[in-house]
Each structure stands twice: as C-alpha cells, then as structure tokens.
Design a protein around this ligand. Structure first.
Ligand SMILES: Nc1ncnc2c1ncn2[C@@H]1O[C@H](COP(=O)(O)OP(=O)(O)OP(=O)(O)O)[C@@H](O)[C@H]1O
Length: 226
C-alpha cells in the first residue's frame, strides 16, 4: 500500500499541488487525468522523491525509491551511453544480475546504439524496459502511451495488466482517456492541483464527460458552425 497525505508543492508563488491525498493498493492500476499543467508530473515526481513536497507519504517500504520505477514523459539519457549500458545501469542499481537483454528486448530496440540517438518512442520504450528489469513493486508511468506506435501501445497495455496480476501498484497518467479506462481500476481527475473527482470503473463515463467539459468547455460553439 502507498498512501499520500495532503501533498503540496509550490514553485515560487505558484501553488501547483494544493493538498492531494490518495491511497494506492497492491494489484491495482490507477489513472491520473488532467489537462496540461494540472500538476500530474509534479505529483509523480513528488511521489518518486524527485521533487520535495510538503505532506506525508506512507508505504510498507523503508526506502520507497528502492521499490519504485518511474517512467518520465520524456526520458533523458546521458550522452554516449548505449541502450544496453542504460539497461545494465538500471539493473545494477537493483542488484539484478543480467547481461543479456536480447530475450527481454520485446520492443526490438537497437541496444548497441547510443540511447540519445533513439527516436522519442524508442527512448520511452528503453526507459520502460529498464524499470521493468528492476522488478519494482510500484510503477509510476507518466504518459506511457504518448509517442509510441500502436503495436507498442498494445504491448504496454499487456505489460500493465501483467503488473496488476503480479500484485504491483501501477499509477499512470494519460491524456487519452480510453487508454486509462481500459487499464485502470480507479481514475482520479486532477484540476489545478486538486483531485476534483475519483471514479471506480462503473463511473468512468462520468469522469470522461467531466474531463471533456473541463478541457474544451463550450469553446467550439464560438466557431458558429452552420
Ligand atoms: N520546475 C518548475 N518550476 C516552475 N514551475 C514548474 C516547474 N515544474 C512544473 N511547473 C509548473 O507546474 C504546473 C504543473 O506542471 P506539471 O508538469 O506537473 O503538469 P502536468 O499536469 O504534468 O502537465 P502536462 O500534461 O502538460 O504534462 C505548470 O504550471 C508548470 O508550469
């Protein structure tokens, strides 16, 4: 179980997270939806310990970061590091003794090439593969479907379901509601740093409707289409 209590974060005078409290249980997949700038990445970075926030974080793990894999929206790689070296680095960080990543290379990445030269989608797939090799207990995936092709989308869906069945905690953000609806047990709508709605599967449609209103409102009526 992972519990966050009254998480707050400001950048200068700008209050980005205004007191977020959520509970994440093992074997469940959670979605966080919200428009650009709602605070999704800041929340994720806060949970992952990459951003200092006010509030409390409870988990069964002594050192949470040793059990948590975070997939950033746009993974960044050191220069002159190959895909293989990146995977090795992440494996070593968790004491996973693995040298031959070819079998696990389900995205067929060119592991001997420099990671910085990978395409956007390939970078994301490499970063995902790295945290999966670590056998983490908690996975935080920031926009995992963004920038990857349809085949990889299906593979990522399958991975999320496998992680769920293995009893992991998976938290994902997406702008594409349908990908969350397919995968998640619970979805939280984040608006301007506050969770304004939390929904179980049966209520997903109402969250989607609310999200559409939140994002576009009645803007298109200004076009006066006839
Ligand atoms: N390091 C920072 N310094 C100042 N402001 C920041 C910083 N990081 C994020 N912000 C601001 O915090 C707000 C929330 O940003 P965040 O990236 O968390 O939103 P998001 O919901 O992930 O958006 P997106 O969907 O575009 O990724 C934005 O207004 C952003 O400009």
């Amino acid at each position: 179980m992972l519990e966050i209590i009254d998480i707050k974060k400001s950048f200068g005078k700008k209050e980005v997270l205004k007191g977020i409290s959520l509970t994440f249980e093992k074997g469940n997949v959670y979605g966080i939806v919200g428009k650009n700038g709602a605070g999704k990445t800041t929340l994720f970075r806060g949970i992952a310990g990459l951003e200092t926030c006010h509030g409390k974080l409870n988990s069964e793990f002594d050192i949470l970061k040793n059990h948590l894999g975070f997939l950033p929206t746009n993974p960044i790689f050191m220069s002159k590091i190959t895909g293989w070296e990146y995977l090795k680095l992440f494996s070593l960080a968790r004491n996973v003794k693995e040298d031959d990543f070819e079998e696990q290379n389900i995205f067929e990445l060119p592991l001997s090439d420099y990671a910085e030269h990978y395409s956007t989608g390939m970078k994301k797939k490499l970063a995902l593969m790295a945290i999966l090799l670590q056998q983490n207990d908690i996975y935080i995936l920031d926009e995992p479907f963004n920038g990857v092709d349809i085949q990889s989308n299906l593979i990522i869906n399958d991975i999320i379901q496998k992680l769920k069945n293995l009893g992991k905690i998976v938290i994902i953000s997406s702008h594409i509601f349908s990908t969350l609806a397919d995968n998640c047990d619970q979805i939280h709508l984040l608006r301007e740093g506050i969770i304004v709605k939390s929904a179980e599967k049966a209520e997903f449609q109402s969250v989607e409707d609310e999200m559409i209103t939140d994002i576009i409102g009645d803007k298109t009526s200004n076009l006066r289409l006839k």
